[in-house]
Design a protein. Structure first.
Length: 280
């Protein structure tokens, strides 16, 4: 199986423009074979103000004092609040601590205190986000591709046990919340939402294509699991997510999604797939 036309080739052809009403078909995916992505109907609802500044949130005091022994990652928000007040001791007063977090961050921003930037991620401070719903979206796990102006822009995975593709698209992309905007929130979700907002605002054609995958088939395939475990150093223990990422990473590389909205690509990706393809 050849995955790359030329071992020295550094840039592979992007997916061609998508004609309205046609499927996106990607062939020769290792273990998967052919993937046929079907379009789904997007119900555009318009833009909404940044929910971090409009929705009700817990107080600054709550986040400053919170303890969660079961938390697997660092509490960036708490650590950054501690650091902020260390550098701004005059603000460590009840009047400030009892403000809702969103109102506190907005106050800092309006007062010209750049410390607010340590409490939101890079795409958490947008003025507006776009809101939308998807009509005929399956609940299973799988891959999805965003298309803007008939050009494939982003491929992602939906691995949630609760809702799968529907959860990933409707409840995450299509509904940005206050939590998603703070430093502990969902950077990639807000970034993609902001990019989609810009496409909608520019009156470009925005489309979504999905490809459900029965993850259990590959989890029960010893050859696939051996390959994945030996060649990918995935973090975490979400096997379903890792299975989908194997296919996602292949498509990203094969069709240059890294030149679109997909930015992160493991450095040794090509060598790993060369092993699978039998390329020396």
């Amino acid at each position: 199986m050849r995955l790359f036309e030329d071992e020295e080739e550094k840039k592979l052809p992007s997916l061609p423009a998508v004609k309205p009403g046609e499927d996106i078909i990607i062939n020769d995916i290792p273990f998967l074979g052919k993937a046929i992505f079907k379009s789904v109907l997007i119900q555009y609802k318009g833009n909404i103000p940044n929910p971090l500044y409009t929705e009700k949130t817990n107080t600054v005091r709550h986040y400053y004092n919170r303890e969660n022994p079961n938390r697997k990652s660092k509490d960036k928000l708490k650590l950054n609040l501690i650091s902020f007040f260390k550098n701004n001791p005059d603000l460590f007063i009840d009047e400030i601590l009892d403000l809702e977090l969103g109102k506190f961050i907005l106050k800092l921003k309006q007062d010209g205190n750049d410390g607010y930037k340590t409490l939101v991620h890079g795409f958490g401070d947008e003025d507006e986000y776009v809101s939308f719903k998807i009509k005929n979206l399956p609940e299973g796990k799988g891959l999805y591709i965003w298309v803007a102006d008939n050009n494939p822009k982003y491929i992602g995975i939906a691995s949630s046990d609760s809702g799968g593709l529907r959860n990933r698209i409707d409840r995450e992309y299509g509904s940005v919340t206050a939590y998603k905007c703070n430093i502990d929130g969902h950077t990639q979700t807000c970034e993609s939402n902001a990019k989609l907002r810009d496409e909608f605002n520019a009156k470009r054609n925005v489309a979504l294509y999905v490809f459900p995958i029965d993850v259990e088939v590959y989890k029960n395939n010893p050859e696939f699991m051996e390959y994945m475990n030996n060649n990918f150093k995935f973090k975490g223990t979400n096997v379903d997510k890792n299975v989908l990422e194997v296919f996602e990473k292949f498509i990203i590389k094969k069709h240059n999604f890294k030149d679109g909205w997909n930015k992160r690509l493991e450095e040794n990706f090509v060598s790993r797939f060369k092993v699978l393809a039998g390329i020396k």
